[in-house]
Design a protein around this ligand. Sequence first.
Ligand code: 6R9
Length: 699
Amino acid sequence: NNLPPTNAHLRQVDASAPQPSAAASKLSHLKAVVLGEALASEDDDVVVPSHEFSRQALVPSMQKYLEMYKASIEDPAKFWSGIASSEFYWKQKWGDQVYSENLDVRKGNIKIEWFKGGITNVCYNCLDKNIDAGLGDKIAIYWESNEPGFDATLTYSQLLHRVCQLANYLKSIGVRKGDAVVVYLPMLMELPITMLACARIGAVHSVVFAGFSAESLAQRIVDCKPKVVITCNAVKRGPKTIHLKDIVDAALIESANNGISVDVCLTYENQSALKRESTKWEKGRDVWWEDVVPKFPTSCDVEWVDAEDPLFLLYTSGSTGKPKGVLHTTGGYMVYAATTFKYAFDYKDSDVYWCTADCGWITGHSYVTYGPMLNGATVVVFEGAPNYPDPGRCWDIVDKFKVTIFYTAPTLVRSLMRDGDEYVTRYSRKSLRVLGSVGEPINPTAWRWLYNAVGGSRCPISDTWWQTETGGFMITPLPGAWPQKPGSATFPFFGVQPVIVDEKGVELDGECSGYLCVKNSWPGAFRTLYGDHERYETTYFKPFSGYYFTGDGCRRDKDGYHWLTGRVDDVINVSGHRIGTAEVESALVSHPHCAEAAVVGVEHEVKGQSIYAFVTPVEGISYSDELRKSLILTVRQQIGAFAAPDKIHWAPGLPKTRSGKIMRRVLRKIASRQLDELGDTSTLADPGVVDQLIQLADI
Ligand code: 6R9
């Protein structure tokens, strides 16, 4: 009865939105096609789900959603404990309290706990439980290699055997409950196997995306001090071979220099990329996976853990300082990842699901491994590059495995869109029924292309807004339940109360735009930043007292739909990857010829944003292409290729206020060449800097 404002808007939508009918659906499609981006307002552009789809959907209508949403908000304990007890195995039920939370720094330490005292195991719920339910022979993983024609499959029983062998090996080298395991693997089957093996024995995996540099990897190793690092010798991505083991070697030297030595480096021999004879080897430390793991028994007792014991750590970029170790725990994350997967993709047992994300990011954790496998789904794991050998590869894979749910990122959609429809229409794609998007706002043009060209105007798109920190979807369409608006993530998931606040932290009502916060906890929320609870509180809970602050801007339209408008902090989103400006700046200034650097994001047609760096060389060093190249190389080496600036803009000086703060607002305008929108520059210590920068723009 004390429902959040969002709900009031939902009621309006319910009444005012066109009712799903074949005619309406056709009309809205026509409207979308004919008017394209030129619609009077994107807020009025609706795409209505077909009757056929809605009829079979788990949540077939707005009314049903509202009922469930209301229940989830009015009594979260009842809502979530109902799901937790009926759909998961618990060795022991949680105590009297389903959850306890404090999201208000004024009332003491921030604390979020769900199902505390409950004893379970995520790996058991992903594998043993599904096998006991008769899914042993169901395909768990279709693996597709970088090279077309090379693939492999694992049934749920086979997957369990592999997981147990690795779990037994890890135990044999002394990995125990609570120990960290760093994983630096590409999208081989061994990556989900490793995650599940860690979960089985209560070890805490920390997967590092295998595109990060040796230095970034070392930084994470030093932070979480693993007993073992798991990697492979090399991987092929498209036509390129990447020697991952060399990167790990360098990282291990670097971490040893910082006082952290790792005893074991378990290395999978990825024969299609590199033979073991050609792999550099450190005797005594390095162990070939194939030499040891298959010798271990194919069954392994489960380590039963508390719902609040850690499941994994995943480092992500913030607006300042070093990457943050986002910590997720067991019970709440499990329930949330599985439930969001099920509803947001309208999951059915017969589905074949493919998410193009890498397990090195949160999307791969929650929606390649845990969410789908907790539901007993068949998952496609793809090693390669989505446009290799040509831009039709994705649809080739869709047809090959009869993929029904395809989940990807706007940046890939835009790049495939540019390559032309002929790569799409060459393939049938008729197995597809639900599409998904994640990582950044999807622009309406890309949305429509995905909807029409890829999905044949049949498949709802779940534009899922969420974050590493949230563990699972927060604002997302439920396919079939309500009309979509291309570019809007629509409405909150069950149990989530998003609010939009102004700069003073006052909740805004009705049509509004401001900072996106959440006012309650949800089971999948992260519990802390590893080793730095204070930074957790400062970053996420202090900016707006009483709320979790997401770092995103958001607008709510007249119908209550949510439109994410991008980061409002100093985080850049390049191809859906979060990169902190501070990280890139600190890499640049580590270059001996760089005196100062300031980094901003600029709009990019395919990548969403690209990195634009202003650099002041040290006295006596002149601007040159060599210096430019060497600066970019430094960033690649320190962070990874995906963080390399697209542009180095020479700066005799940076625009600073009298107190020495860089005025990024001005830099952003110069970077995007919006020179007539520079705004007030009179508070700059030296306003002349701005003209100098403008003159140097195209050098
Ligand atoms: C899952 C993931 C989180 C940031 C987030 C936001 C952006 C993600 C989005 C989206 C608009 C969507 N973001 N999904 N923006 N619409 N559907 O990407 O996690 O890597 O932590 O990034 O990505 O800015 O704050 P993460």
